[in-house]
Design a protein. Sequence first.
Length: 139
Amino acid sequence: MKPIIDHVHITVSDLDRAEKFYDRLMPLLGFETGRKIKAEITEHDFTVVEYFSEFLHFAIVSPREQFADIKVNRRRPGSLHHLAFRADSPDEVDRLFQEISSIGAEIVTPPKYYPEYGPTYYALFFKDTENIKYEIVFK
């Protein structure tokens, strides 16, 4: 087996708000805008919005009603700490910083070098409308 991730599903508290944000974010990250699907999966009690690329399928999912008011905390056991997308160059990180800033993402750290992670490690950190942390990295 090769260690390749096929798809990621992330539960959000407000699917409509998150969908508006991700509709703007995912094309910036190389996802195909014409291949988005939204479906209600009644047997599993959720609605899913899935975005497609050649390499990865990414989805946001509605919460179960009893969990809808729980706030995201990336340090809670079982939680996603952050998700990183790889850029092709430092210039691409800088370009995405401008574009991601313009769609309402919360910038945690603007692009900079992180020598503690490697001599060419250059990254931007941001959060979505749900407080989920992402990284755009060139290394």
